[in-house]
Design a protein around this ligand. Structure first.
Ligand SMILES: C[S@@+](CC[C@H](N)C(=O)[O-])C[C@H]1O[C@@H](n2cnc3c(N)ncnc32)[C@H](O)[C@@H]1O
Length: 348
């Protein structure tokens, strides 16, 4: 087992956006930060010249847009690919971590590289064996949510990576930042997960708003969530909303394009927009309706990332929406594909 004295982490982004995540890390940690791929385009090891808590502090102070998850690496171990070998070494590493897990609520999160060599390694079996060791040997309490500590395991063909950390230091307390919502029966669209995730990622409580404008609303996943949260919703889309929503007493639907509607000044305290349009077109359409958003009101907007010029795209949208809307946070959510989500507020 190699115990790490350097400040080493595994970073994860959405697939295809790891280069952007690495660029952000270079900006936060300096050009000396080193990278090594674990899953090209998605998962990588990064080594920082700053000590661990300083590295985490720098990243949390200016949360990156594309780095979805990070986990520290306390130790690595070459292994022969067999289940028993893995469990044996994880046990050893836990002995080395010793007192820190005792009587703690510990979540075990295990991931593996893709490929044939690891196809037969069952992560649920790894998790349940490690949970049993944690409970019986270390008097820890294995949990899946609300943990005090996360035990992160990552398997490649050659190595096992092991790390213990506080959930708040991982950017997300979900394994690899892959936040999962249960699909409900009759759910109108998967797009609903994007707004659910945005609500958590940006620390919003949607039920605190009274009246929302949903631009590009069909088939109605976002609208359905806003209605569930108790808001009055005005939905705009040239396409049809799901029939189950149309009867809702709190909903007003305009089957029109965004530039064919207008609303009274300050009619809404929340504006959401999930239009599949080029970012500049989208910004123009949103600008046209900004008078209807109250000063201090919130906007949650999905931005398409065309041609991967991600940072330029963010700069352009933010400048197109300024000065009325001020950026609070930009984040590529797990449920975003070739896009990211902006949280903005209207100037008071
Ligand atoms: C990704 S879908 C929105 C999904 C929706 N948020 C949900 O949860 O079901 C994008 C929508 O934008 C709409 N759209 C495209 N151009 C538009 C425009 N000019 N004005 C309003 N809506 C538009 C499309 O008709 C489409 O329904």
């Amino acid at each position: 087992m190699t115990v790490m004295n350097d400040s080493i982490f595994i970073g994860t982004s959405n697939r295809g956006f790891a280069q952007q995540a690495q660029e952000e890390l270079r900006r936060l940690l300096g050009q000396s930060v080193k990278f090594e791929w674990l899953a090209p385009g998605e998962v990588f090891v990064f080594t920082s010249e700053f000590e661990r808590s300083d590295t985490i502090g720098r990243i949390l102070a200016q949360e990156p847009v594309f780095l979805r998850h990070m986990q520290p690496v306390d130790a690595t171990q070459p292994w022969n690919g067999t289940f028993d070998h893995a469990i044996h070494y994880i046990h050893e590493m836990l002995v080395a971590a010793g007192a820190s897990v005792k009587q703690m609520n510990v979540a075990v999160q295990a991931r593996k590289a893709e490929g044939e060599a690891l196809a037969s390694l069952s992560l649920p079996s790894v998790r349940s064996s490690v949970e049993e060791i944690l409970a019986t040997v270390f008097e820890a309490n294995p949990v899946s949510r609300d943990a005090d500590l996360i035990l992160s395991l990552y398997f490649t063909e050659a190595k096992l990576y092991f790390g213990l950390s506080r959930p708040q230091d991982n950017l997300s307390d979900w394994s690899g930042g892959a936040i999962r919502f249960r699909k409900e029966e009759g759910q109108v669209s998967r797009a609903k997960f994007k707004l659910l995730e945005a609500e958590q990622a940006f620390g919003l409580d949607l039920s605190q708003y009274r009246s929302a404008l949903d631009i590009g609303a069909a088939p109605g996943g976002w609208t359905s969530l806003l209605l569930e949260r108790g808001l009055r919703v005005t939905a705009v889309d040239p396409a049809k909303l799901d029939a189950t929503l149309l009867r809702h007493p709190q909903l007003t639907f305009f089957q029109k394009k965004a530039d064919e509607v207008s609303f009274a000044a300050n009619a809404f305290d929340l504006l959401v927009c999930d239009m599949s349009w080029s970012h500049r077109q989208m910004a123009k359409l949103v600008r046209g309706l900004l008078g209807a958003l109250q000063p201090g009101g919130t906007a949650v907007i999905t931005v398409k990332l065309m041609h991967k010029k991600a940072f330029q795209t963010i700069r352009e949208v933010v400048s197109d929406l300024a000065p009325e809307l001020e950026l609070q946070q930009a984040k590529q959510l797990f449920h975003n594909r070739e896009e990211l989500t902006l949280f903005l507020m209207k100037q008071v």
